[in-house]
Design a protein around this ligand. Structure first.
Ligand SMILES: Cc1ncc(C[n+]2csc(CCOP(=O)(O)OP(=O)(O)O)c2C)c(N)n1
Length: 351
Protein backbone atom coordinates (compact mmCIF):
# COMPACT_ATOMS: atom_id res chain seq x y z
CA UNK A 1 0.00 0.00 0.00
CA UNK A 2 1.19 3.51 -0.67
CA UNK A 3 0.05 7.01 -1.21
CA UNK A 4 1.90 9.03 -3.78
CA UNK A 5 1.48 12.03 -6.07
CA UNK A 6 0.48 10.76 -9.50
CA UNK A 7 0.09 14.11 -11.27
CA UNK A 8 1.06 17.71 -10.77
CA UNK A 9 0.23 20.60 -13.01
CA UNK A 10 2.53 23.47 -13.96
CA UNK A 11 1.08 26.44 -15.83
CA UNK A 12 3.36 28.76 -17.80
CA UNK A 13 2.58 32.47 -18.07
CA UNK A 14 4.10 34.36 -20.97
CA UNK A 15 4.88 38.10 -20.88
CA UNK A 16 7.12 39.86 -23.39
CA UNK A 17 6.12 43.55 -23.63
CA UNK A 18 5.85 45.50 -20.38
CA UNK A 19 3.74 48.57 -19.67
CA UNK A 20 6.57 51.02 -20.28
CA UNK A 21 7.23 49.54 -23.74
CA UNK A 22 10.27 47.42 -22.84
CA UNK A 23 10.57 43.85 -24.17
CA UNK A 24 12.21 40.61 -23.07
CA UNK A 25 14.61 40.20 -25.99
CA UNK A 26 15.01 36.44 -25.41
CA UNK A 27 11.28 35.86 -25.82
CA UNK A 28 10.55 38.51 -28.45
CA UNK A 29 9.34 36.88 -31.71
CA UNK A 30 11.24 37.76 -34.89
CA UNK A 31 9.14 40.51 -36.46
CA UNK A 32 10.11 43.12 -39.04
CA UNK A 33 9.29 46.80 -38.46
CA UNK A 34 6.62 46.47 -41.15
CA UNK A 35 5.01 43.52 -39.33
CA UNK A 36 4.99 45.43 -36.04
CA UNK A 37 3.46 48.41 -37.80
CA UNK A 38 0.75 46.14 -39.25
CA UNK A 39 -0.07 44.92 -35.75
CA UNK A 40 -0.40 48.53 -34.61
CA UNK A 41 -2.52 49.61 -37.60
CA UNK A 42 -4.93 46.70 -37.07
CA UNK A 43 -5.29 47.38 -33.36
CA UNK A 44 -6.05 51.04 -34.05
CA UNK A 45 -8.49 50.03 -36.81
CA UNK A 46 -10.27 47.67 -34.40
CA UNK A 47 -10.64 50.39 -31.78
CA UNK A 48 -11.81 52.94 -34.33
CA UNK A 49 -14.38 50.45 -35.64
CA UNK A 50 -15.50 49.80 -32.07
CA UNK A 51 -15.92 53.47 -31.19
CA UNK A 52 -17.93 54.06 -34.36
CA UNK A 53 -20.11 51.00 -33.75
CA UNK A 54 -20.98 52.33 -30.27
CA UNK A 55 -21.84 55.75 -31.70
CA UNK A 56 -23.98 54.19 -34.46
CA UNK A 57 -25.83 52.07 -31.92
CA UNK A 58 -26.61 55.17 -29.84
CA UNK A 59 -28.00 56.83 -32.98
CA UNK A 60 -30.24 53.82 -33.65
CA UNK A 61 -28.27 52.84 -36.76
CA UNK A 62 -26.99 49.51 -35.30
CA UNK A 63 -28.63 47.01 -32.96
CA UNK A 64 -27.15 45.70 -29.70
CA UNK A 65 -23.37 45.66 -29.97
CA UNK A 66 -20.63 44.03 -27.80
CA UNK A 67 -17.57 46.31 -27.54
CA UNK A 68 -14.01 45.05 -28.05
CA UNK A 69 -11.96 47.90 -26.55
CA UNK A 70 -9.15 46.58 -24.33
CA UNK A 71 -9.02 43.21 -26.10
CA UNK A 72 -7.27 44.32 -29.33
CA UNK A 73 -3.93 42.64 -28.56
CA UNK A 74 -5.54 39.27 -27.82
CA UNK A 75 -7.52 39.42 -31.06
CA UNK A 76 -5.07 40.92 -33.56
CA UNK A 77 -2.05 39.10 -32.09
CA UNK A 78 -3.65 35.68 -32.37
CA UNK A 79 -5.25 36.30 -35.79
CA UNK A 80 -1.94 37.36 -37.33
CA UNK A 81 -0.39 34.03 -36.33
CA UNK A 82 -2.95 32.10 -38.42
CA UNK A 83 -2.43 30.76 -41.92
CA UNK A 84 -5.12 31.29 -44.58
CA UNK A 85 -6.06 27.57 -44.60
CA UNK A 86 -6.83 27.52 -40.84
CA UNK A 87 -10.46 27.50 -39.71
CA UNK A 88 -11.71 30.18 -37.34
CA UNK A 89 -14.71 29.73 -35.03
CA UNK A 90 -15.43 33.12 -33.46
CA UNK A 91 -17.83 33.95 -30.65
CA UNK A 92 -19.51 37.38 -30.78
CA UNK A 93 -16.74 39.74 -29.60
CA UNK A 94 -14.00 39.04 -32.17
CA UNK A 95 -14.30 41.99 -34.53
CA UNK A 96 -10.51 42.49 -34.23
CA UNK A 97 -9.99 38.93 -35.51
CA UNK A 98 -12.36 39.54 -38.41
CA UNK A 99 -10.64 42.79 -39.36
CA UNK A 100 -7.14 41.32 -39.05
CA UNK A 101 -8.11 38.45 -41.36
CA UNK A 102 -9.60 40.81 -43.94
CA UNK A 103 -13.32 40.21 -43.36
CA UNK A 104 -15.17 43.08 -45.11
CA UNK A 105 -15.84 45.80 -42.53
CA UNK A 106 -19.17 46.80 -44.02
CA UNK A 107 -20.41 43.25 -43.46
CA UNK A 108 -19.55 43.48 -39.76
CA UNK A 109 -21.62 46.65 -39.56
CA UNK A 110 -24.36 44.93 -41.56
CA UNK A 111 -24.46 42.00 -39.14
CA UNK A 112 -24.73 44.24 -36.08
CA UNK A 113 -27.42 46.23 -37.88
CA UNK A 114 -29.46 43.02 -37.99
CA UNK A 115 -28.86 42.07 -41.62
CA UNK A 116 -28.05 38.35 -41.97
CA UNK A 117 -26.07 38.96 -45.16
CA UNK A 118 -23.34 40.33 -42.96
CA UNK A 119 -22.57 36.77 -41.87
CA UNK A 120 -21.73 35.48 -45.33
CA UNK A 121 -17.99 34.86 -45.23
CA UNK A 122 -16.18 35.60 -48.53
CA UNK A 123 -15.00 32.39 -50.24
CA UNK A 124 -11.38 33.37 -49.69
CA UNK A 125 -11.71 33.20 -45.88
CA UNK A 126 -12.28 30.25 -43.54
CA UNK A 127 -14.35 31.97 -40.87
CA UNK A 128 -17.45 30.37 -39.41
CA UNK A 129 -20.47 32.57 -38.59
CA UNK A 130 -20.43 34.65 -35.41
CA UNK A 131 -21.68 32.46 -32.54
CA UNK A 132 -23.78 34.33 -30.00
CA UNK A 133 -24.76 31.18 -28.15
CA UNK A 134 -22.05 30.92 -25.49
CA UNK A 135 -19.54 28.11 -26.11
CA UNK A 136 -21.60 26.05 -28.56
CA UNK A 137 -19.01 26.55 -31.30
CA UNK A 138 -16.25 24.83 -29.30
CA UNK A 139 -17.35 21.29 -30.33
CA UNK A 140 -17.78 22.58 -33.90
CA UNK A 141 -14.11 23.62 -33.98
CA UNK A 142 -13.11 20.23 -32.58
CA UNK A 143 -15.17 18.54 -35.32
CA UNK A 144 -13.46 20.66 -37.97
CA UNK A 145 -10.08 19.62 -36.55
CA UNK A 146 -11.12 15.99 -36.82
CA UNK A 147 -12.24 16.55 -40.43
CA UNK A 148 -8.85 18.13 -41.22
CA UNK A 149 -7.19 15.04 -39.76
CA UNK A 150 -9.28 12.69 -41.96
CA UNK A 151 -8.53 14.77 -45.04
CA UNK A 152 -4.81 15.00 -44.25
CA UNK A 153 -5.25 18.75 -44.55
CA UNK A 154 -2.61 20.66 -42.54
CA UNK A 155 -5.26 23.15 -41.36
CA UNK A 156 -5.74 23.98 -37.69
CA UNK A 157 -9.13 24.86 -36.21
CA UNK A 158 -9.18 27.79 -33.79
CA UNK A 159 -12.02 28.55 -31.38
CA UNK A 160 -12.33 31.93 -29.66
CA UNK A 161 -14.40 32.28 -26.50
CA UNK A 162 -14.60 34.09 -23.16
CA UNK A 163 -14.10 33.10 -19.53
CA UNK A 164 -17.85 32.51 -19.12
CA UNK A 165 -17.77 29.85 -21.86
CA UNK A 166 -15.36 27.74 -19.78
CA UNK A 167 -18.28 26.90 -17.45
CA UNK A 168 -20.32 25.40 -20.28
CA UNK A 169 -20.68 21.68 -20.99
CA UNK A 170 -19.66 22.32 -24.62
CA UNK A 171 -16.26 23.53 -23.39
CA UNK A 172 -15.62 20.33 -21.42
CA UNK A 173 -16.95 17.99 -24.12
CA UNK A 174 -14.90 19.77 -26.78
CA UNK A 175 -11.75 19.74 -24.67
CA UNK A 176 -12.18 16.07 -23.85
CA UNK A 177 -12.51 15.03 -27.49
CA UNK A 178 -9.63 17.30 -28.56
CA UNK A 179 -7.39 15.70 -25.94
CA UNK A 180 -8.37 12.07 -26.56
CA UNK A 181 -7.80 12.36 -30.31
CA UNK A 182 -4.87 14.84 -30.08
CA UNK A 183 -6.61 17.00 -32.65
CA UNK A 184 -5.12 20.00 -34.48
CA UNK A 185 -7.11 22.63 -32.61
CA UNK A 186 -6.13 25.75 -30.66
CA UNK A 187 -8.50 27.18 -28.06
CA UNK A 188 -8.11 30.90 -27.46
CA UNK A 189 -9.89 32.22 -24.40
CA UNK A 190 -10.06 35.96 -23.93
CA UNK A 191 -10.39 35.97 -20.19
CA UNK A 192 -11.71 39.52 -19.90
CA UNK A 193 -12.67 38.68 -16.30
CA UNK A 194 -16.38 39.34 -16.59
CA UNK A 195 -19.21 37.27 -18.06
CA UNK A 196 -21.76 40.08 -18.12
CA UNK A 197 -21.94 40.80 -14.34
CA UNK A 198 -20.35 37.52 -13.15
CA UNK A 199 -16.71 38.08 -12.12
CA UNK A 200 -14.01 35.47 -12.67
CA UNK A 201 -14.19 34.46 -9.00
CA UNK A 202 -17.84 33.56 -9.56
CA UNK A 203 -16.93 31.56 -12.63
CA UNK A 204 -14.21 29.29 -11.27
CA UNK A 205 -12.31 28.43 -8.08
CA UNK A 206 -9.23 27.50 -10.13
CA UNK A 207 -6.11 29.68 -9.98
CA UNK A 208 -6.12 30.02 -13.77
CA UNK A 209 -8.29 28.94 -16.66
CA UNK A 210 -5.22 27.63 -18.49
CA UNK A 211 -4.80 24.79 -16.00
CA UNK A 212 -8.13 23.31 -17.07
CA UNK A 213 -6.41 21.88 -20.18
CA UNK A 214 -4.22 19.75 -17.92
CA UNK A 215 -7.18 17.58 -16.92
CA UNK A 216 -7.82 16.81 -20.59
CA UNK A 217 -4.24 15.81 -21.34
CA UNK A 218 -2.88 18.82 -23.17
CA UNK A 219 -1.10 22.06 -22.44
CA UNK A 220 -2.69 25.23 -21.20
CA UNK A 221 -0.70 28.45 -21.13
CA UNK A 222 -1.63 31.85 -19.74
CA UNK A 223 -0.40 34.94 -21.57
CA UNK A 224 -0.62 38.62 -20.78
CA UNK A 225 -3.55 39.32 -23.09
CA UNK A 226 -2.69 43.03 -23.36
CA UNK A 227 0.76 42.19 -24.72
CA UNK A 228 0.50 41.61 -28.46
CA UNK A 229 3.94 39.99 -28.73
CA UNK A 230 3.15 37.39 -26.06
CA UNK A 231 -0.22 36.60 -27.64
CA UNK A 232 1.34 36.34 -31.11
CA UNK A 233 4.16 34.09 -29.91
CA UNK A 234 1.92 31.74 -27.89
CA UNK A 235 -0.54 31.48 -30.80
CA UNK A 236 2.18 30.88 -33.40
CA UNK A 237 3.80 28.17 -31.25
CA UNK A 238 0.45 26.45 -30.58
CA UNK A 239 -0.50 26.54 -34.28
CA UNK A 240 2.87 25.12 -35.32
CA UNK A 241 2.58 22.40 -32.71
CA UNK A 242 -0.94 21.47 -33.88
CA UNK A 243 0.14 21.45 -37.54
CA UNK A 244 3.07 19.17 -36.69
CA UNK A 245 0.82 16.57 -35.02
CA UNK A 246 1.49 17.74 -31.45
CA UNK A 247 -2.20 18.09 -30.56
CA UNK A 248 -4.27 20.85 -29.01
CA UNK A 249 -3.30 23.84 -26.86
CA UNK A 250 -5.40 26.09 -24.68
CA UNK A 251 -4.28 29.73 -24.56
CA UNK A 252 -5.75 31.90 -21.84
CA UNK A 253 -5.25 35.58 -22.73
CA UNK A 254 -5.65 37.44 -19.45
CA UNK A 255 -7.16 40.77 -20.43
CA UNK A 256 -10.01 43.07 -19.44
CA UNK A 257 -13.27 44.22 -21.01
CA UNK A 258 -12.97 48.02 -20.79
CA UNK A 259 -16.52 48.85 -21.86
CA UNK A 260 -19.96 47.49 -21.01
CA UNK A 261 -20.78 43.87 -21.88
CA UNK A 262 -23.00 45.15 -24.67
CA UNK A 263 -24.80 48.39 -25.41
CA UNK A 264 -27.69 46.92 -23.37
CA UNK A 265 -25.54 46.70 -20.20
CA UNK A 266 -24.34 49.20 -17.58
CA UNK A 267 -21.07 47.86 -16.14
CA UNK A 268 -20.83 50.70 -13.60
CA UNK A 269 -23.50 48.83 -11.60
CA UNK A 270 -21.13 45.95 -10.84
CA UNK A 271 -17.54 47.21 -11.38
CA UNK A 272 -15.49 49.79 -9.52
CA UNK A 273 -13.88 52.86 -11.15
CA UNK A 274 -10.58 51.78 -9.48
CA UNK A 275 -10.62 48.45 -11.36
CA UNK A 276 -11.21 50.30 -14.60
CA UNK A 277 -8.37 52.76 -13.90
CA UNK A 278 -5.92 49.91 -13.17
CA UNK A 279 -6.68 48.33 -16.52
CA UNK A 280 -6.66 51.63 -18.44
CA UNK A 281 -2.98 51.90 -17.51
CA UNK A 282 -2.41 48.51 -19.19
CA UNK A 283 -3.93 49.59 -22.51
CA UNK A 284 -2.57 47.28 -25.22
CA UNK A 285 -2.31 50.03 -27.84
CA UNK A 286 -0.49 52.51 -25.58
CA UNK A 287 1.97 49.80 -24.64
CA UNK A 288 2.80 49.05 -28.27
CA UNK A 289 3.11 52.78 -29.04
CA UNK A 290 5.69 53.12 -26.25
CA UNK A 291 7.69 50.20 -27.64
CA UNK A 292 7.53 51.56 -31.18
CA UNK A 293 8.51 55.07 -30.03
CA UNK A 294 11.60 53.66 -28.29
CA UNK A 295 12.47 51.80 -31.47
CA UNK A 296 12.07 55.00 -33.50
CA UNK A 297 9.16 53.70 -35.60
CA UNK A 298 6.33 55.74 -34.02
CA UNK A 299 5.68 59.35 -33.06
CA UNK A 300 2.60 61.40 -32.20
CA UNK A 301 2.15 62.64 -35.78
CA UNK A 302 2.27 59.09 -37.21
CA UNK A 303 -0.15 57.88 -34.55
CA UNK A 304 -2.55 60.66 -35.56
CA UNK A 305 -2.26 59.77 -39.22
CA UNK A 306 -2.94 56.04 -38.52
CA UNK A 307 -6.08 57.07 -36.60
CA UNK A 308 -7.19 59.31 -39.49
CA UNK A 309 -6.64 56.54 -42.03
CA UNK A 310 -8.63 54.13 -39.85
CA UNK A 311 -11.45 56.65 -39.51
CA UNK A 312 -11.56 57.04 -43.32
CA UNK A 313 -11.81 53.23 -43.76
CA UNK A 314 -14.59 53.10 -41.18
CA UNK A 315 -16.43 56.01 -42.87
CA UNK A 316 -16.33 54.15 -46.19
CA UNK A 317 -17.63 50.94 -44.60
CA UNK A 318 -20.54 52.77 -42.92
CA UNK A 319 -21.43 54.45 -46.23
CA UNK A 320 -21.32 51.10 -48.06
CA UNK A 321 -23.44 49.42 -45.39
CA UNK A 322 -26.08 52.13 -45.36
CA UNK A 323 -26.26 52.35 -49.17
CA UNK A 324 -27.23 48.67 -49.48
CA UNK A 325 -30.88 47.92 -50.21
CA UNK A 326 -32.65 46.37 -47.21
CA UNK A 327 -32.56 42.60 -47.00
CA UNK A 328 -35.61 41.02 -48.66
CA UNK A 329 -38.33 39.77 -46.37
CA UNK A 330 -37.74 36.14 -45.51
CA UNK A 331 -34.15 36.13 -46.80
CA UNK A 332 -33.01 35.75 -43.20
CA UNK A 333 -33.92 32.08 -43.45
CA UNK A 334 -31.95 31.39 -46.64
CA UNK A 335 -28.61 30.44 -45.14
CA UNK A 336 -29.93 29.32 -41.76
CA UNK A 337 -30.96 25.69 -42.29
CA UNK A 338 -30.87 23.35 -45.29
CA UNK A 339 -34.14 21.60 -44.36
CA UNK A 340 -36.51 23.77 -42.30
CA UNK A 341 -38.75 21.91 -39.84
CA UNK A 342 -42.49 22.52 -39.31
CA UNK A 343 -42.09 25.47 -36.97
CA UNK A 344 -39.64 27.30 -39.25
CA UNK A 345 -41.77 26.58 -42.31
CA UNK A 346 -44.74 28.14 -40.49
CA UNK A 347 -42.68 31.19 -39.51
CA UNK A 348 -41.47 31.59 -43.09
CA UNK A 349 -45.06 31.59 -44.36
CA UNK A 350 -46.02 34.20 -41.75
CA UNK A 351 -43.43 36.65 -43.12
C1 LIG B 1 -26.01 29.38 -24.27
C2 LIG B 1 -26.11 30.81 -23.83
N1 LIG B 1 -26.42 31.08 -22.55
C3 LIG B 1 -26.52 32.37 -22.14
C4 LIG B 1 -26.31 33.40 -23.01
C5 LIG B 1 -26.40 34.86 -22.56
N2 LIG B 1 -25.04 35.44 -22.55
C6 LIG B 1 -24.61 36.21 -23.56
S1 LIG B 1 -23.04 36.69 -23.34
C7 LIG B 1 -22.92 35.91 -21.86
C8 LIG B 1 -21.66 35.97 -21.05
C9 LIG B 1 -20.48 35.50 -21.83
O1 LIG B 1 -19.30 35.72 -21.09
P1 LIG B 1 -17.90 35.28 -21.63
O2 LIG B 1 -17.97 33.89 -22.16
O3 LIG B 1 -16.92 35.54 -20.55
O4 LIG B 1 -17.64 36.23 -22.88
P2 LIG B 1 -17.55 37.82 -22.90
O5 LIG B 1 -18.95 38.33 -23.02
O6 LIG B 1 -16.89 38.25 -21.64
O7 LIG B 1 -16.74 38.14 -24.12
C10 LIG B 1 -24.11 35.25 -21.56
C11 LIG B 1 -24.34 34.45 -20.34
C12 LIG B 1 -25.99 33.06 -24.36
N3 LIG B 1 -25.74 34.00 -25.27
N4 LIG B 1 -25.89 31.76 -24.73
Amino acid sequence: MSEKVIATCAVRRLEILDESGGVDTDLMPLLSDAEIRRMYDLMVLTRTFDERALALQREGRLGTYPPVTGQEAAQVGSALALQPRDWVFPSFREMGVHLALGFPMQQLFQYWAGDGRGLKTPDSLNIFPICVSVGTHIPHAVGAAMAARYRRDPAVAVAYFGDGATSKGDFHEGFNMAGVFRLPVVFICQNNQWAISVPLTGQTAAGSLAQKAFAYGFEGVQVDGNDIFAVYRASRDALEKARGGGGPTFIECLTYRMADHTTADDASRYRSPEELATWSARDPILRLERFMAQKGIWNEAEGKSVKEQSAALVDDAVRLMEALPLQEKGALFDDTVAFPGQRLTRQMKEQ
